[in-house]
Ligand binder design. Structure first.
Ligand code: WT7
Length: 658
């Protein structure tokens, strides 16, 4: 199979891979101390897990504290799974209370650094107190078990406090990335029917203040479900105030008790909803539940990041993305680890901000995205070289395929040649890592996420679901349910089934293309649907298209991705204008701003190309493959006013497309 996105010539991939035959074996020193040490031990675990995945996961789940044991490990009525059926637990107890009876009580749970440079440390005891207080605040606002709470916050400890407080009382949180616009926020609040919104006056980004409360005010205007808005004072920015609806975080917290008994919640009780892009305009509310999610998140954090009590773990993701949920908050805290949170931009005030932080906080395990690594690579070796990075012992990568060149740069310039790299493949939907090396046991190949974890059965198949031979491209699928899998799309079980389980009945369809090499290693080729991956964030082409068409000048648009060295993919928009509107650089800029306002800055097209018509098949389908080729063909800087007659192209090519 050739990958459906048409952007990646599989032959080109294979050429690159041939050069990367090198195997990076875990060093003896690393192996000696690793949780999972040595290839033989991992093989034994794999074998055991393959014999009975359920027994394997049940053993992992027993590492958590349960209020009531489960009766059945798995109830699988495809496509709906229930894990640890009948069991009761509380996620916040597992992340906090159970660390309080031992030496971890006074250990740093969260070390935080704000963009302006201030730092704060919360011990497990202190974090526990804050979470209990905020849980009481929520209760006081009438939030009950089963309700939804929207969280639209900067990267500050209070974001984690709000999440854990929801978990404590059984309200599902829906964290909305603070870079999303008020329109996007409104849609997500309404889809989940959130009762309360937790936000801040503003946040610091690249030295300036972004006004969050203002965006919330505009959104909540059209959100009848919202009764309360809790506002953290972060920047001191002036805010407008709706009496009876709005309350200050610090005032509410001062009045709240520091004891809050944890709710005993069903293993399948909702923990959170997280919206992600699908191939239609409407974002999908991916629903995760308590017991299974925490089991797999806790285990993967321990094994893949090899966390020990003395580590400082820094996952650079924002809590607005799933990586921030699983590996900034829940995974590290469930393991009693120290997690570092950073508020601001990676290049602020200078391109060595990250490396200065690694040195100052003595970070030992560092987890970031290929897009960041490529940016740093381009900025030059001198920035990391300025700092003492000797505290690092393990590096991670997530969000998109990491090209071997970036892998090697990361390995040499950040890891000093001594740190293993874990390239972790997973998705919002999978909840936790699925394919990854274990750093003390797996030999890495730069650019490959290597092998599925024990207990995970992934494969590469053709359209009929038949495994494809080594070296051939196909669809990446997961053949058996896993504990942290999404349970449904919130409010839309039909779409859940259609989206993930209809291509090959009963088998989870990831939407990624992949191939395996002769050693069984997985090489991810990227998305095969109409979803772009920009800087490790999934964006829907449809969503950007509908944002463009909502502008009065636009008649029609088609959005495609083109390869981008730094960001993986860049958004290219082909736009036809309504009669009487003429293309101009000013209009192109206006459209970019319009998309920024409607969805968020991350979705702003890099290129806007005005065209008189879009190439379509006779049945009216836009020929995206063709547009992708055109988009990839040439840089169009300054070329935005050119009118392209793509209609002609369509006439020429429509035949072979149908
Ligand atoms: C998509 C999921 C999972 C957290 C971040 C993104 C791509 C993710 C890798 C990797 C190659 C990767 C896939 C996947 N992806 N990790 N290690 N190698 N591709 O979460 O927004 O749900 O995106 O990101 O295409 O389907 P997400």
């Amino acid at each position: 199979m050739t990958p459906q996105n048409g952007e990646k010539d599989p032959k080109e991939h294979i050429d690159v891979l041939l050069k990367e035959r090198r195997l990076y074996k875990p060093s003896a020193a690393f192996q000696k101390k690793a949780h999972i040490a040595g290839h033989a031990r991992l093989q034994a675990l794999r074998k055991k897990a393959a014999r009975s995945p359920e027994r394997f996961w049940a053993e992992a789940a027993r590492e958590l504290r349960w209020i009531k044991p489960w009766k059945r490990t798995l109830d699988w009525k495809p496509p709906f799974a229930r894990w640890f059926v009948g069991g009761k637990l509380n996620v916040s107890v597992n992340c906090l209370d159970r660390h309080l009876d031992g030496p971890r009580r006074n250990k740093a749970a969260i070390i935080w650094e704000g963009e302006p440079g201030e730092t704060r440390t919360l011990t497990y005891q202190q974090l526990h107190g804050e979470v209990c207080r905020f849980a009481n605040v929520l209760k006081g606002l009438g939030v009950r078990s089963g309700d939804r709470v929207a969280i639209y916050m900067p990267m500050v400890p209070e974001a984690a406090v709000a999440m854990l407080a929801c978990a404590r009382i059984g309200a599902a949180h829906s964290v909305i990335f603070a870079g999303f616009s008020s329109d996007a926020l409104r849609d997500r609040i309404n889809d989940a029917q959130a009762k309360a919104v937790v936000t801040a006056d503003g946040l610091y980004r690249r030295g300036s203040v972004l006004k969050l409360k203002e965006a919330v005010d505009a959104a909540v205007e059209s959100c009848p479900s919202v009764r309360s808005v809790v506002v953290l004072r972060r920047t001191g920015t002036e805010v407008s105030w709706r009496q009876g609806r709005d309350l200050w975080w610090h005032e509410a917290m001062a009045a709240a008790a520091a004891q809050c008994p944890p709710a005993a919640l069903d293993s399948e009780h909702p923990l959170f909803i997280l919206y992600t892009s699908g191939s239609t305009g409407k974002p999908k509310g991916v629903l995760h539940t308590m017991g299974g999610y925490l089991t797999q998140v806790a285990l993967t954090t321990k094994w893949i990041f090899d966390l020990k009590d003395e580590d400082v773990f820094w996952c650079t993701a924002d809590v607005g993305w799933v990586t921030g949920h699983s590996y900034v908050v829940y995974g590290p805290l469930a393991n009693g680890a120290t997690t570092l949170m950073y508020e601001g931009g990676p290049l602020h005030p200078a391109p060595d901000r990250f490396w200065s932080m690694v040195a100052r906080h003595r970070v030992s395990v560092f987890y970031t995205a290929p897009t960041a690594i490529r940016t740093f690579m381009r900025l030059g070796d001198e920035w990391p070289a300025k700092h003492d990075l000797s505290s690092l012992r393990l590096l991670g990568s997530v969000g998109e395929p990491i090209n071997p060149e970036a892998w090697l740069w990361y390995h040499d310039n950040i890891g000093g040649g001594r740190c293993p790299i874990v390239d972790t493949w997973w998705q919002t939907e999978t909840g936790a890592v699925m394919i990854s090396p274990l750093p003390g046991a797996t030999s890495a190949k730069p650019g490959s996420a290597t092998l599925p974890l024990p207990g995970i059965e992934a494969d590469v198949v053709d359209r009929q679901g038949r495994p494809v031979p080594p070296g051939h491209g196909g669809y990446l699928v997961v053949k058996k349910p896993w504990p942290s899998m999404l349970r449904t799309i919130y409010g839309d079980p039909k779409r859940y089934e259609q989206q993930y389980f209809s291509q090959i009945p009963g088998i989870y369809f990831t939407g990624d293309g992949a191939r395996r090499d002769k050693d069984g290693y997985f090489w991810i080729l990227g998305r095969i649907d109409d979803v772009l991956n920009v800087s490790g964030h999934r964006l829907s082409t449809m969503e950007i298209e509908s944002a463009l068409v909502s502008h009065p000048a636009v008649a029609e648009s088609a959005v495609v991705g083109r390869p981008d060295e730094i960001h993986g993919q860049a958004v290219t928009a082909f736009v036809t204008l309504k009669g009487g509107r003429a293309p101009s650089p000013a209009l192109a800029e206006e459209l970019r701003e319009h998309v920024g306002k409607t969805i968020g800055a991350i979705a702003k097209p890099k290129d806007i190309r005005f065209t008189e018509g879009l190439p379509k098949t006779r049945s009216g389908k836009i020929m995206r493959r063709l547009l992708r080729e055109i988009a990839a063909g040439q840089g169009v800087k300054g070329d935005v006013t050119t009118l392209e007659d793509l209609g002609v192209l369509s006439k020429l090519q429509a035949e072979d497309e149908e």
